[in-house]
Design a protein. Structure first.
Length: 284
């Protein structure tokens, strides 16, 4: 082999080796440039979120513009928390690796798996020298803030709304056993009550009680079919959109669990909030 042939082989081997090195080496964006964006997907287009964590599956579904937990049981989801999950779509990274060896990034057995419709994300281990976490999508691995994994719920109840009513559920009538409270006209203070009357039930108090149903946060969520079966009917709410929600409750010395007929979780309210919710005259 001539000297020039040997030189050409050496140069070819060098080029091949350099190409392999560049392929396997993480890509960096210059500081003056934008970082790698892990996805170009618009969060508003996502309809289904599926999460697998600790061998437990959570499925969220967007229905009528609102998010619901659909598995392992049905309940309204906390819209703010769902929004944080979807933040993964806007994550940026200054490093990107090709996914050639999942074990290298602890992605052979991912800590968390997330499906946003058909897009698959998996969270691996933490990088050894920096406080960032490996995230894979579309055969690439990115280093992102561990905050994105922290926002993923650990248990199904972690993503359920703690409120009895969401912002879109606007009541126009509350029907209890001994009174009917209806909203009449366009005025904010247009609540009128039929039933046992009290001079203390001012327009201000009625508005405050209605707002209490919207703003009160349960201290605990309950999934117990036996307790639901033991609950007794307490109220029937008519919504502005024509929908109707039946509420039942189970009370004890500590408070009350309030159930909606269209959900599979119960909302526990301690004293005195439970009494104020279930008895209009509890605010007097």
């Amino acid at each position: 082999m001539t000297y020039h042939s040997q030189l050409n082989l050496i140069m070819l081997a060098t080029i091949i080796g350099l190409a392999i090195f560049l392929y396997l080496t993480p890509q960096f964006q210059p500081e003056s440039d934008a970082a790698f964006q892990v996805s170009l997907r618009d969060p508003d287009t996502v309809q289904i979120v599926r999460i697998i964590r600790h061998n437990e599956e959570i499925i969220l579904q967007r229905l009528g513009g609102s998010w619901y937990l659909s598995s392992p049981y049905h309940a309204r989801a906390d819209e703010v928390l769902v929004g944080k999950i979807l933040n993964i779509l806007s994550a940026n990274s200054r490093q990107r690796y090709p996914l050639t060896n999942s074990e290298e990034f602890n992605l052979d057995n991912p800590l968390i798996e997330v499906y946003l419709d058909d897009d698959y994300f998996a969270f691996g281990g933490l990088a050894p020298t920096i406080n960032e976490q490996y995230l894979t999508i579309n055969q690439h691995v990115y280093l992102v803030s561990p905050q994105y994994a922290i926002w993923i719920p650990v248990k199904p109840l972690d993503i359920v709304s703690m409120q009895l009513l969401n912002e879109k559920e606007i009541p126009v009538a509350f029907e209890f056993r001994d009174f009917l409270l209806k909203h009449e006209g366009a005025q904010v203070d247009g609540w009128r009550i039929n039933g046992r009357m009290s001079e203390h039930l001012t327009a201000e108090l009625l508005n405050r009680w209605v707002q209490l149903w919207h703003s009160s946060q349960a201290s605990e969520l309950i999934v117990d079919q036996h307790k639901r079966s033991a609950a007794y009917p307490v109220a029937r709410l008519t919504l502005q959109n024509g929908g109707i929600i039946q509420f039942s409750a189970l009370e004890d010395d500590n408070g009350a669990i309030i159930f909606r007929n269209d959900e599979q979780v119960g909302y526990f309210f301690p004293h005195p909030i439970n009494r104020q919710l279930l008895d209009l005259y509890g605010l007097e």
